[in-house]
Design a protein around this ligand. Structure first.
Ligand SMILES: Nc1ncnc2c1ncn2[C@@H]1O[C@H](COP(=O)(O)OP(=O)(O)OP(=O)(O)O)[C@@H](O)[C@H]1O
Ligand SMILES: [Mg+2]
Length: 252
């Protein structure tokens, strides 16, 4: 099994008014190709910070993060930006969609910007439309960003994160702002992408979301307190029940 992400002794300290806040304290884990890892834990425990630092959006204070065998500490800002654009997909809440572009133009933006993708704009648009069709939002391709629902927008974000065929997708509470139905739809899509081979790491407060992943890491005070492997061959209801029991043991 290939390792996509390897994190060793990762620390992240924020300094505000000379006060140090040790948000991540010696975090160790790795993610193999094809995994779908959920990060859970109390509010303020460092989940988003973890996602940002391992994806190169934010610099670590110390430790080592390898992405596809490349040590991020050795990379300059340009290298990191290129890696994020070409090899990583991002689904964050309050997604930064460009207000003056249509949904489709937003979706294809990473491909238009990337030097890895050698396609014309028309080819990018065609691929963007195919992705949107796959995620059931073909009809909003030409809408403005403010003319779509939260669930549709989140699915558009997934399309955008897929445009450059990333090795791994990072998602911070991808269903956090959605109602139960939209949340389930988004999770169905993410699970499909994962089953087709895309490695995913997502942060969630929702045990129903985490139960659809292959592994759960539970973070408390910037440390991984425990991890739980889920067997997708078991019925979802059983996975939810066993995960909930484990989360209770973790103090959830
Ligand atoms: N940019 C920043 N500058 C300074 N401190 C920060 C910054 N981002 C986060 N923190 C602090 O780091 C700690 C962890 O924050 P983080 O956002 O990672 O938590 P979280 O687990 O994602 O919480 P939630 O579940 O509420 O989203 C908090 O104490 C927070 O105040
Ligand atoms: Mg967070």
């Amino acid at each position: 099994m290939k390792t996509v992400l390897e994190v060793k002794d990762l620390c992240k300290t924020y300094v505000i008014n000379k006060r140090q806040n040790h948000v991540l304290r010696n975090v160790n884990f790795s993610v193999n190709e094809g995994e779908m890892v959920a990060i859970m834990g109390p509010s303020g425990s460092g989940k988003s910070t973890l996602l940002y630092t391992v994806s190169g959006m934010d610099r670590m204070t110390s430790g080592k993060v390898d992405f596809c065998g490349r040590n991020m500490a050795d990379m300059n800002e340009d290298d990191l930006a290129k890696m994020r654009l070409d090899d990583m997909g991002f689904i964050f809440q309050q997604m930064y969609m460009m207000k003056n572009l249509t949904v489709l133009d937003n979706v294809i933006l990473p491909a238009v910007k990337s030097k890895k993708v050698k396609e014309s704009r028309t080819e990018c648009a065609e691929r963007g439309r195919t992705l949107m069709h796959k995620l059931g939002i073909a009809e909003i391709a030409d809408n403005d960003i403010n003319e779509v629902s939260g669930g549709q927008l989140q699915r558009a974000c997934i399309c955008r994160s897929m445009m450059n065929k990333p090795r791994m997708i990072f998602a911070d509470e991808p269903t956090g702002a959605l109602n139960r139905t939209s949340s389930e739809e988004v999770m169905t899509e993410l699970t499909h992408l994962n089953e087709e081979g895309t490695t995913i790491m997502l942060v969630t407060h929702d045990a129903k979301v985490a139960a659809k992943c292959t592994r759960v890491l539970f973070i408390v005070d910037g440390n991984i307190k425990g991890e739980y492997a889920l067997d997708r061959s078991k019925p979802l209801r059983d996975r939810e029940r066993s995960l909930n029991n484990w989360l209770m043991e973790m103090g959830w």
